[in-house]
Design a protein around this ligand. Structure first.
Ligand SMILES: Cc1ncc(COP(=O)(O)O)c(C=O)c1O
Length: 412
């Protein structure tokens, strides 16, 4: 694969001698690399990592504080997560999709969706197995497959059609070695939302070829312009081959608390737990209390979050429209909070562009190549608006684009 490491490009060293092939083939996801490189910038404009601008709702924080002051938070929870956390996940799916999952048999609480994805891949991907990814795809999914010494097989989405999924191309990519399809809808980085028909056809394909589907539905609550979201949980037939992953990070502005979940048949889950135990033991218990409060408490914060995300999406598109000599996108993101426009000015590669922009403007973005080869020639920006430092929300987008506009005059 092409070089995807901004750390390498900026001179960081990686030992080769006696290191595993596994780690030698991987990179730190360039999203996190760019954040690492930005950590020394005094006044950054952070468009790199996907963090909501909104603070964690008060009742969630209070539940966490109460838990910390109580007797339980300092102890491990059981491996699968507290009973109430698993029940909260079941409640969420009943409320949202009217589907029933058994909290004792089908649900495990993880340290974020990231851990859920990693243990899912490790449980099903053997060295040499092929895993289909819809490209551009979430960079960490590539690293997860590589960590298992699997082979990522990229099926490019159609950029001009809003990065839509091309099922015919998925069919063509399936071989004897294909083990799984990892699918993220709404998509990070493209913002595409796959239709009910597409999801159902993917399920048919997976069943026909006995493939696993790992469905990362971290952004299932976040679509724009009333675009409907269709979840893999709504397809009864696929459940036996499905590993469904979700997260509290974005929906409840809890990225730092690290609570995600995995839903699958019990005989799969029992394997996942071996890896969960070997890596994490249990998700942070104080955070689990916050998660329980998030699901069982008022949901108005989510409605507000979606509304302000849509405003920020419109704002970033407006600002991109003003710099057609720098970037081009074909349609507004339909969900999640990322946009991956094409770089239209002369450039060497997307890593260099991201590094140059960061160096010249303090605006932190992610090189498109992070998200598969088709991402090369693009740059990803998050309009989540959240940042641990520097401006936030619309101010962040406006100030970052003021800088970009100034920097880009040379290309007029
Ligand atoms: C598609 C996708 N999956 C997973 C994650 C990570 O989620 P978590 O914070 O729950 O680990 C992200 C974060 O950006 C994401 O975009």
């Amino acid at each position: 694969m092409t070089n995807r490491s901004a750390l390498k490009a900026s001179g960081h060293k990686f030992r080769e001698h006696r290191m595993s092939n596994r780690v030698k083939n991987m990179v730190v996801s360039p999203i996190k690399e760019m954040m690492l490189l930005a950590s020394k910038i005094k006044e950054p404009f952070l468009l790199a990592q996907g963090i909501p601008a909104e603070d964690t709702p008060k009742h969630i924080k209070e539940a966490i504080i109460d838990a910390i002051n109580g007797p339980v938070a300092s102890k491990y929870s059981i491996l699968s997560g507290m009973q109430e956390s698993r029940e909260a996940v079941a409640t969420r799916y009943k409320r949202k999709y009217n589907v029933n999952y058994d909290p004792d048999l089908n649900i495990g609480i993880t340290a974020g969706a990231m851990e859920a994805c990693m243990i899912s891949c490790l449980s099903i991907v053997d060295p040499g197995d092929e895993v289909i990814l819809i490209a551009p795809c979430f960079s960490s999914h590539i690293e997860e497959v590589l960590a298992c010494e699997g082979k990522p097989v990229f099926v490019n989405a159609d950029e001009k059609e809003g990065w839509t999924l091309n099922i015919e191309n998925v069919k063509k990519a399936i071989t004897q070695k294909t083990k799984a399809i990892i699918i993220t809808s709404p998509s990070n980085p493209s913002g595409a939302v796959y239709s009910e028909d597409q999801i159902k056809t993917l399920c048919e394909l997976a069943l026909e070829h006995d493939l696993f589907i790992i469905a990362d539905e971290t952004y299932d609550f976040l679509t724009y312009d009333q675009i409907p979201f269709f979840s893999f949980s709504q397809v009864p037939e696929i459940q036996k081959n499905l590993i469904l992953i979700g997260s509290s990070s974005k929906e409840y502005s809890m990225t730092g608390y690290r609570i995600g979940w995995v839903i699958c048949e019990n005989d799969i889950l029992n394997h996942l737990f071996k890896l969960h135990d070997a890596t994490t033991v249990c998700a942070c218990v104080a955070s689990q209390f916050g998660f329980i409060a998030a699901i069982n408490g008022p949901q108005d914060s989510v409605t507000k979050l979606v509304k302000s995300m849509q405003e920020r999406r419109d704002l970033i598109c407006e600002r991109l429209d003003k710099v057609p000599h720098l970037f081009k996108y074909y349609s507004k993101p339909q969900g999640a909070y990322y946009i991956i426009p094409e770089i239209v000015f002369p450039h060497e590669n997307s890593i260099q562009v991201a590094l140059d922009i960061q160096e010249a403007t303090n605006v932190v973005t992610v090189p498109g190549v992070a998200f598969s080869p088709v991402g090369e020639g693009h740059i990803r920006m998050s309009f989540g608006g959240g940042a641990s430092r520097g401006p936030k929300g619309k101010d962040l987008i406006n100030q970052a684009f003021d800088k970009l506009e100034e920097w880009g005059r040379k290309f007029l």
